[in-house]
Design a protein around this ligand. Structure first.
Ligand SMILES: [Zn+2]
Length: 286
């Protein structure tokens, strides 16, 4: 009872303090981490509540493990990642590789957004190569208006505000390329991002190298693996992203940024002006 009471108090305290509440969706139990854990770590440092949600349980992403055994290992990895980042990590029990944009899953997403009382919702764009990523994008889009409609999923109170929805960066060009509306300097939390990714051992050091044919590059020792992962995760910053960094941080600071995460504003949900973006992502310019 004690812990439930404390949780309720802390949520209320955060709401009364006007703190921003953030929920990030990924298809698999390492997707949010890859796209936005540097930004999540910055939110946590500012004392804001962040939740990651994996829409599938990850039970297909391995070359030797599968089913319940794999789902269990990956769930443990999410909880280790959550501990390292200081966030909550939920895993929905839908099969990996078989996700459909069904009504059932749409209602699961609506519930998650409402229960978290989210101000900001992050998701993949619906034109990714992986069907689970694509349908996670569609499912979150399908929830974007319905979170405010009381007659849908009536046992969870509808939101009276519509959150702002943001897309993670991707490199897909059709039907339209990703647009870096928002660029977050994650240079100060890049190490946290790598520590978070390192928690997903079955993916970073086993499955992704196997499916990508680079297993022989994975170092043996833990220290070498972290260094290798940091190097592998780093991306060059293109001109469009630099321009976005300059907009939010000014030129002098933008030139010094080493690591970045970028986001596109979704056409659904609340449509933020620049001042709203600065209020919702207070790390911009700081
Ligand atoms: Zn994925």
């Amino acid at each position: 009872m004690g812990s439930i009471f404390c949780l309720t108090m802390s949520v209320n305290a955060q709401q009364s303090a006007g703190k921003i509440r953030i929920i990030m969706f990924g298809a698999h139990p390492d997707d949010c981490d890859e796209r936005s854990s540097g930004t999540a770590a910055l939110f946590v440092q500012m004392g804001y509540a962040v939740k990651f949600v994996s829409v599938t349980n990850g039970d297909a992403g391995h070359q030797t493990l599968k089913g319940k055994e794999l789902a269990k290992r990956r769930y443990a990895e999410t909880q280790e990642a959550a501990k390292r980042l200081g966030i909550i990590y939920d895993v929905l029990d839908n099969h990996d590789g078989l996700l459909m944009p069904s009504l059932e899953v749409r209602l699961q997403i609506i519930k998650e957004i409402r229960e978290w009382n989210a101000d900001l919702v992050f998701a993949p764009r619906p034109n990714d190569y992986h069907p689970d990523h694509r349908y996670t994008g569609v499912l979150v889009q399908d929830a974007a208006y319905m979170v405010a409609v009381p007659n849908i999923e009536p046992e969870v109170p509808a939101l009276r505000k519509n959150p702002v929805f943001l897309y993670y960066e991707d490199h897909f060009q059709r039907p339209n390329p990703f647009r870096p509306d928002i660029a977050v300097d994650i240079s100060s939390t890049y190490d946290k991002k790598i520590a978070d990714l390192d928690a997903h051992q079955s993916q970073m050091y086993e499955w992704l190298p196997w499916i990508g044919h680079y297993s022989d590059e994975v170092p043996q020792s833990e220290a070498d693996r972290i260094k290798w992962l940091a190097k592998r995760t780093a991306r060059p910053i293109n001109a469009e992203t630099r321009a976005s960094l300059e907009k939010w941080y000014g030129k002098e600071r933008a030139d010094k940024v080493q690591y970045v995460e970028t986001f596109e504003i979704c056409e659904y949900g609340a449509q933020p002006k620049d001042d709203d973006i600065k209020r919702l992502l207070p790390m911009l310019g700081k």
